[in-house]
Design a protein. Structure first.
Length: 234
């Protein structure tokens, strides 16, 4: 794995990225602080009520998180259509990674190139029902591939085990092509599925309800990290 990816991983086996979609909207900052450092990244889901059947945040929440948590790594996922129309406004808010849905971009190469040119790290996301062939042409352009392990739009859904095949395919593609993107999974992540994802080769785990709806969010994040602390077998 090259220096670019090592920098993203900070030397850890598997990174934990709590999703603020499941945090108390009246006290997102307090919810993040309650994690007591168990968060490696902060994941922000941006949903437009069009590409996915739900509405969430605009660029102001990313800007506020950047201002309030300057030491946090902001992982922003655009579930909006067309993706190209939203890139500039979110780049201006200050994310570290900006991920676009391959299904929502008219010109995915152009979108990823624009993110890279802005100084942010580009990521591409693929839904459970989308063929891997859709992202193969742009794997060399990204720092992150996000695999949705549920159908996007709402938290608290059940993990789709068939998505593990996508993760294993990405691990093989990364090795064969000598690439260095990280592989992230989002949806239905808990201590047991964290183990399955880690064994398949996942680098970053997004968890929302399993962390923020727990009585002790920091302990819940530690439990997911512990579940993921296994040797890869992909």
């Amino acid at each position: 794995m090259t220096e670019r990816a090592i920098d993203l991983k900070k030397g850890k086996k598997v990174l934990i990225a709590p999703s603020i979609l499941s945090a108390d909207p009246l006290s997102i900052g307090d919810s993040i602080r309650a994690l007591d450092g168990e968060d490696d990244w902060i994941h922000v889901d941006i949903m437009d009520g069009h590409f996915v059947p739900n509405l969430s945040y605009g660029p102001m929440i990313v800007k506020a998180l950047r201002r309030g948590f300057r030491d946090k790594f902001l992982d922003v996922h655009l579930m909006v259509e067309p993706a190209e129309d939203f890139i500039d406004m979110f780049i201006a808010a200050g994310p570290d990674i900006l991920t676009v849905q391959v299904e929502a971009a008219r010109h995915i190469h152009r979108a990823l190139g624009a993110i890279r040119a802005s100084g942010a790290r580009p990521g591409v996301c693929i839904d459970p029902g989308t063929s891997m062939e859709m992202i193969e042409p742009v794997l060399h352009m990204v720092d992150l591939v996000l695999v949705m392990t549920i159908n996007p739009g709402f938290g608290g859904q059940k993990f789709l085990p068939e998505t593990l095949l996508k993760i294993k395919s990405l691990v093989r593609a990364r090795e064969v092509r000598s690439l260095d993107f990280l592989i992230e999974a989002d949806g239905g992540v808990n201590p047991q599925t964290a183990k399955d994802l880690s064994l398949s080769g996942c680098d970053v785990l997004v968890a929302g309800s399993a962390i923020f709806e727990a009585r002790d969010p920091a302990s819940a994040a530690r439990a997911i990290r512990s579940g993921a602390d296994v040797k890869w077998s992909a």
